[in-house]
Design a protein around this ligand. Structure first.
Ligand SMILES: Cc1ncc(COP(=O)(O)O)c(C=O)c1O
Length: 422
């Protein structure tokens, strides 16, 4: 969507003058209707097949709240109080439910509704820096991979924290050996604070970091070669935070004492309208921001995501989410078992936490897949990545198996793939 932000706005705007007079109601209504339908509202044309459905009860909650409270203002938690009331209870409930879902103890964690994972990532880096400065640690570094979301780099730039890109392993997750090596080298050159972004569900590949092993390495270094180091670890689970707890292996990251924050989006697989995310916070990391009037990054926040997200998770429950992802897994397995010819030869990456698969390909194959982007649930990505073995250009296609897709669509995708010149 970056094209809307370039200096081309005047090309999109027919009349640049601020309206001098009120327009006639009929004109405003006619224009509204025209603009919305030409944008394709309801037809998903902006994002192709990628518009997430919204949970109908969540949407009802949204509309009901808007009708009772048109301004949308609600008193959200400002200071992580342990008791809440009225509007605050929606946010407080969501925080408590998600802490429970991720295996956390309510006494140890709190949280904050955000506009999405970018805000959560920025907030995490801010908390990390604040804590390190309180500990008199001035040399700190942010460790990410080439596939980490760009909001992590933006956060580092805003907060003037150097970024170290750790190599990816053969599963396209952060390489444990490269991570250990990077920390040791940084430590030797004087760094003492390490901020580690672990991603569960990379946007471009769907692959995940092994956060449990990473935490173990941090402990090993702290009690071994790097005795005066401190670390701050956060999990960016923007997409997979709403998948991982309901599929396959257990996903209980908050049971690990080393996890400081966790970021998840409600406007992705939480089936809540934009802009809705959550950041779960270990209470000890909030100690250092107690002097601020508001604990959130943004002073003004909307209550709508809390109301809608609350209604969505209550209407679905664990069972509802599990049923959705059982279907996703079936679709993915069917697709994989039907792969044939050159398609089946492509290196395939599948994460147990995700509902997608990533096929690595060459540039030519990538261009072929690109033709399918508008019609199917897939996205083609290319990226210069750092791996354990050096830099390389990664081309690939991420294919999604959302529960709202049908088996027929998966079959059509297979047919379309076999018609490609790959
Ligand atoms: C892993 C990851 N982190 C962060 C983000 C940013 O999320 P948001 O758009 O909600 O700010 C995304 C978006 O896709 C993502 O996939």
């Amino acid at each position: 969507m970056t094209f809307l932000l370039r200096d081309t706005h005047s090309a999109y705007c027919k009349n640049t003058h601020f309206p001098a007079e009120p327009s006639r109601l009929a004109t405003v209504l006619r224009l509204l209707k025209f603009k919305l339908t030409s944008l394709g509202a309801g037809k998903n044309s902006l994002f192709g097949p990628f518009s997430m459905p919204v949970n109908s009860i969540g949407l009802f909650g949204w509309s009901l709240f808007s009708s009772l409270n048109p301004h949308g203002y609600g008193e959200l938690l400002k200071k992580f109080p342990s008791v809440s009331n009225d509007f605050q209870s929606f946010e407080a409930d969501i925080i408590a439910h998600m802490i429970d879902l991720y295996g956390g103890n309510q006494k140890d964690f709190t949280g904050m509704i955000s506009t999405g994972a970018s805000e959560g990532n920025i907030y995490s880096v801010w908390l990390a820096k604040t804590r390190f400065l309180k500990q008199k640690i001035h040399r700190m570094a942010l460790l990410i991979t080439s596939l980490s979301h760009e909001s992590t780099r933006k956060a580092a730039q805003m907060m003037e924290i150097p970024v170290y890109v750790v190599g990816l392993d053969k599963n396209l997750g952060m390489s444990l050996s490269s991570m250990e090596q990077t920390i040791r080298t940084c430590y030797q050159s004087g760094y003492r604070g390490f901020i580690l972004c672990t991603t569960v569900g990379y946007k471009k590949t769907g692959t995940a970091d092994k956060y449990e092993d990473m935490l173990a390495i941090l402990e090993k270094l702290k009690y071994g070669q790097c005795p005066t180091m401190q670390h701050f670890v956060w999990i960016d689970a923007a997409l997979d935070g709403f998948i991982a707890p309901f599929v396959g292996r257990k996903f209980l990251p908050l049971r690990h004492v080393g996890v400081d924050t966790l970021v998840v989006d409600f406007h992705k697989l939480g089936l809540t309208p934009y802009a809705a995310g959550l950041i779960v916070l270990r209470r000890t990391v909030t100690e250092h921001i107690k002097n601020w009037e508001t604990a959130s990054l943004l002073d003004s926040r909307s209550t709508l995501p809390s109301v809608s997200g609350w209604a969505a998770i209550h209407s679905l429950g664990k069972k509802g989410f599990q049923t959705m992802y059982e279907k996703s897994n079936r679709l993915r397995s069917e697709f994989l078992s039907s792969l044939s010819g050159r398609l089946s030869m492509l290196p395939t990456y599948i994460s147990q936490y995700d509902v997608s698969l990533f096929l690595e390909c060459n540039r030519h194959q990538w261009q072929q897949f690109k033709q399918l982007e508008e019609r199917f649930f897939l996205r083609c990505h290319h990226e210069d990545i750092s791996t354990e073995r050096g830099r390389k250009k990664l081309y690939g296609v991420k294919i999604y198996f959302f529960p709202w897709q049908s088996s027929d669509e998966t079959k059509r995708l297979l047919d379309a793939c076999s018609d490609l010149d790959i």
